[in-house]
Design a protein around this ligand. Structure first.
Ligand SMILES: Cc1cc2nc3c(=O)[nH]c(=O)nc-3n(C[C@H](O)[C@H](O)[C@H](O)COP(=O)(O)OP(=O)(O)OC[C@H]3O[C@@H](n4cnc5c(N)ncnc54)[C@H](O)[C@@H]3O)c2cc1C
Length: 357
């Protein structure tokens, strides 16, 4: 185990902001993870678990304790004629793994192509896109409990998955380190083409019965057009993805916002989608746009992506506080206009609790 000191964290994140980790260690095995946890425990250092850094805003002050970078590698699979079970070490690059499953003609993850980060990060916020969520295919999360140093197999039903949440970012936040994730996929299964953007892509004549590979390529291409695929040199990719979650509200609240929309922006229908338990999902991007923000909006060295209203981007040389200033401005304006409180999707690291929302 090689403990390093005062390591800048910005290069480990896709937003490229944030100060240093007081201590930093990279773990390549379960044993090394246990050692790192014991090191932090013995010195009473706060521990932060880092994956691919694609869903983080690290404060300018950095992290006062130990940052543990998860670099466990390896993919194993087993299966029968219909199903394939993939066991993926937490540090594996997510999109490389999705490419592997598609190359083996296994369906279930194709719509999640092009999402940055690690496999271990996917259960944390129940990663989802283009009509799929990892909760649909995860069968087991193998994790180390920080308080006891013991490892557990956590079943899907015990993961508490919901829209962009799980037990790992709610009730048991910062209590487990994901070591390995198992996904059950369908061998020779059909690709999922439920999402409007994908339907439009294929209706435009690109293919009548697309293969898994074609769906993967389509998803990556759509993502690239929105700067939701990390492409070297594209400054609109210097983001943490969508910065705000789509608000899930009651029917009555959705009706209230809809009536307001009819008055404030006649002719611009409020997008609303059915969500779990009879609730309604509103489109955060629409609310942001109809509050006076546009693609390409700038506030100093940060701004809104030119290709995606929900992505806050670092245009170069930004500090975490600049990101926070734009986040606050957007939240304030959306709340002032629509009475809807937007919740950020990324994890805030090294801020006071009061800065979190
Ligand atoms: C351009 C772009 C597009 C994106 N598109 C999407 C999208 O379509 N859908 C979507 O859901 N997300 C999207 N994201 C967000 C992000 O990619 C995902 O949330 C991703 O799964 C985060 O994984 P990570 O390894 O980078 O985690 P990190 O950003 O490193 O960490 C995120 C959180 O997970 C925790 N964590 C990470 N690894 C572990 C582990 N092994 N054990 C315990 N905790 C861990 C961290 O402590 C932290 O709390 C996007 C991000 C970007 C930059």
């Amino acid at each position: 185990m090689r403990i390093q000191e005062n390591i800048p964290l910005a290069p480990f994140t896709t937003l490229h902001v944030g100060g240093p980790a007081r201590y930093f260690v990279e773990s390549h095995s379960e044993h090394e993870v246990s050692e790192a946890v014991a090191y932090a425990f013995a010195r009473k250092l706060p521990l932060f678990v880092l994956g691919g850094g694609s869903n983080l805003v690290v404060s300018d002050a950095g992290w006062p304790g130990l940052v543990l970078k998860i670099s466990l590698a390896g993919v194993e699979f087993e299966g029968d004629i219909q199903k394939m079970l993939f066991h993926v070490a937490a540090g594996e690059n997510w999109d490389d793994f999705v490419a592997l499953t598609v190359s083996k003609n296994c369906s279930g993850l194709e719509c999640l192509s092009g999402i940055p980060g690690t496999a271990g990060g996917t259960p944390v916020q129940n990663v989802g896109a283009y009509g799929q969520e990892v909760s649909e295919t995860i069968t087991r999360v193998h994790a180390l409990e920080i308080a006891t140093g013991k490892t557990f197999d956590i079943s899907t039903s015990d993961c508490g998955f919901a829209y962009r949440t799980s037990r790992f970012n709610t009730t048991h936040q910062n209590q487990f380190i994901v070591l390995e994730v198992s996904y059950r996929l369908h061998r020779n299964g059909d690709p999922k083409i439920d999402y409007a953007d994908l339907k439009k892509f294929f209706a435009a004549g690109n293919s009548a019965n697309p293969t898994l590979q074609q769906v993967r390529d389509a998803v990556r291409s759509i993502r690239q057009s929105k700067a939701m695929l990390i492409v070297e040199g594209d400054e609109d990719c210097r983001s943490a993805g969508s910065f705000f979650k789509n608000p899930i509200v009651s029917q009555a609240e959705a009706d209230r916002v809809q009536s307001l929309a009819e008055k404030l922006v006649p002719g611009k229908a409020l997008p609303r989608y059915p969500a779990a338990n009879g609730q309604v999902k509103l489109a955060a991007a629409w609310l942001v746009e109809q509050s006076g923000f546009h693609k390409g909006y700038s506030l100093g060295p940060v701004g809104i992506s030119r290709k995606h209203t929900l992505a806050i981007v670092n245009r170069g040389g930004a500090a975490a506080n600049d990101i926070l200033a734009l986040k606050n401005e957007i939240q304030k304006k959306v709340f002032g206009t629509w009475g809807v409180s937007l919740q950020p999707e990324p994890v805030f690291v090294g801020f006071d609790r009061s800065d979190d929302r």
